[in-house]
Design a protein around this ligand. Structure first.
Ligand code: CA
Length: 164
């Protein structure tokens, strides 16, 4: 007598269960996997941006971005500056720390990765006074970059590169 294994493996109702809710990885045009931005982050070009809604000093803001696996914003191109400018201009009452600081009084302004600012991209407007000239951190307000005292509390922008 034959062993009837075929029948034992049939589904009760004959339908195949399809999982429409399964999350598939995003595949770009090049066919490589890229992870989308986390919730609350804005995707633009090759980066994710988080516009913080908590007030912190430059150093605390930098630390918080780092805890989220990111850095304070680095403006690499006029396109990126335009995009960020559009975002922050909707909040004319607020300024946002970016990843630009002046660690040595006589030294140049530096991004977090140690690179210097291209003067073609933007000028840093000085808010320093004679009484207080140590405005060694930069924020963006209405598309304009200003120097500021690092311990002032402000919003901030974190940037995370999309892994491509
Ligand atoms: Ca950037």
């Amino acid at each position: 007598m034959a062993y009837r294994s075929d029948l034992e493996h049939l589904d009760e109702d004959g339908y195949t269960q399809l999982d429409f809710n399964s999350r598939r990885p995003v595949v770009s045009e090049k066919g490589v996997l890229s992870s989308p931005c986390p919730p609350n982050w804005i995707t633009h070009e090759k980066s994710c941006y988080l516009f913080s809604t908590s007030l912190d000093s430059w150093n605390s803001s930098k630390r918080r971005c780092s805890q989220l696996g990111s850095n304070l914003l680095k403006i690499d191109s006029s396109k990126e500056l335009e995009f960020i400018g559009r975002q922050v201009s909707s909040q004319p009452d607020n300024s946002f720390w970016i990843g630009l600081s002046h660690p040595q009084t006589e030294g140049p302004w530096l991004w977090e990765d140690g690179s210097i600012v291209s003067s073609k991209l933007f000028q840093i407007r000085s808010t320093a006074t004679q009484e207080n000239s140590s405005h060694n951190c930069a924020w963006i307000h209405m598309s304009i970059i200003f120097d500021q005292l690092c311990n002032v509390s402000s919003y901030s922008i974190c940037e995370k590169k999309l892994s491509v």
